[in-house]
Design a protein around this ligand. Structure first.
Ligand code: DHB
Length: 395
């Protein structure tokens, strides 16, 4: 027996984009369902990036139930370091904005509790299998429950918030891959370790040996990354070797401790050729991915849903598709700025395999220019702390 569900908005994916959109729609009195093939525990435990822009924090606070002010930490700057010498970028002094270190899985714990607490329909272990009728005003999502039982969701709008391997993207662009794409010849090897913080703010450090990022999680747990080969086996390096490399790439002085988690993050830039087809729209990683440098991913996802929320509200209130029509162009303006910023930070901070002496000296010249010029530093600070969210698609 197929379970039949009727709702206004079928949201595929219970990541930050899908959950935040369902919370915003609820505040406008608009029903939605969120489905995700993963379990709640999987979603709440997966380690992702940790930086929230100021507008992201304001959005999460406004939704309610966010622990960002208790568990998160405000950061008013970062340190850029090359050849062992640090230069602070003072966000508050330059642009009057800050970022918050608040790991994505903590934000997800908050959003899931919020939605379930207010009676939201969030279904874990439910994976979409196909999307039909996106060119009509009654699209359908076919899905399968944890026991394989078929589910059919009829909605006014289908939102693909289903990550970089999005199924909804196929219904929108006609293919799994259709997009603007760039790969990078390096990756990050990430670790979590038990140690006190080595610095009050993040350190983005580059040397001839490659890049390292010193980030934090709490008073007792730290997150650090090393530039590495994309094919690196995360278990191939011994703990001593990892610490020696981190110390060498930062000029030393890091507090060491047991490493209890390791992963390799691929670097990709991607923007889908289309963000909308009829009544199906893409948000977050389903629409675009960025390399991790600068931690724009979750922030961009939240900026998308703030725009899309208004567009859906307009459709439900007045029947007008004007907002849906405007969404792709409005979202793209921010997406391409963030794509540029993530690419730029990445290229400025990483040694590309095959780079010659000229390339390396030019790169250090760029860092010198950015860090020692008020205008250069403000350019970085403005993008890193994030542009204010647009709430209405400018047509
Ligand atoms: C983190 C990740 C990033 O990509 C970044 O630029 C800063 C911090 C993190 O996981 O803490």
């Amino acid at each position: 027996m197929t379970e039949q569900i009727r709702t206004r908005v079928a949201i595929v994916g219970a990541g930050p984009a899908g959950l935040a959109l369902s919370a915003l729609l609820h505040r406008s009195g608009i029903d939605s369902i969120v489905i995700d093939p993963r379990t709640r525990e999987d979603i709440e435990r997966t380690i992702k990036a940790g930086i929230l822009e100021q507008s992201s924090v304001e959005l999460l606070r406004s939704l309610g139930g966010s622990r960002v002010d208790e568990v998160g930490a405000r950061h008013d700057g970062i340190e850029l370091r090359w050849n062992g010498v640090g230069h602070r970028i003072d966000f508050q002094g330059l642009v009057g904005r800050s970022v918050w270190l608040y790991p994505q899985h903590e934000a997800l714990i908050d959003l899931i509790a919020l939605r379930l607490g207010e009676g939201g329909d969030v279904r874990f272990g439910v994976g979409a299998t196909s999307v039909e009728g996106v060119d009509t005003d009654a699209p359908v999502v076919h899905a399968a429950g944890p026991d394989g039982r078929p589910i059919e969701i009829r909605a006014d709008v289908v939102v693909g918030a289903d990550g970089s391997r999005s199924l909804v993207r196929e219904a929108v662009t006609g293919s799994q891959t259709g997009g603007y794409f760039r790969e990078y010849p390096f990756a990050w090897f990430g670790i979590l370790c038990e140690a006190p913080p080595s610095s009050p703010e993040l350190i983005y450090s580059t040397t001839e040996r490659g890049f390292a990022l010193i980030s934090q999680r709490s008073a007792t747990v730290q997150r650090m990354y090393l530039q590495c080969d994309p094919e690196l086996d995360p278990d191939a390096m011994g703990e001593r070797e990892i610490w020696d490399e981190l110390q060498a790439r930062t000029g030393g002085g890091l507090h060491e401790g047991p490493i209890f988690q390791r992963d390799v993050l691929r670097f990709r830039s991607f923007v889908a050729h289309e963000l909308r087809r009829g009544r199906a729209l893409l948000v977050g990683d389903a629409a675009h991915t960025v390399p991790p440098t600068g931690a724009k991913g979750m922030n961009l996802a939240l900026a998308d849903v703030v725009l899309l929320h208004r567009a859906i509200e307009e459709l439900v209130r007045s029947g007008s598709e004007h907002g849906l029509d405007a969404y792709p162009e409005a979202a793209s303006r921010r997406i391409w700025k963030a794509e540029h910023f993530s690419w730029w930070m990445t290229s400025m901070l990483h040694t590309a395999p095959g780079a010659n002496d000229f390339d390396e000296r030019r790169r250090l010249g760029e860092l010198e220019m950015v860090a020692t010029s008020r205008h250069g530093a403000a350019y970085l600070a403005e993008a890193y702390t994030g542009w204010p969210f647009e709430t209405r698609p400018r047509g």
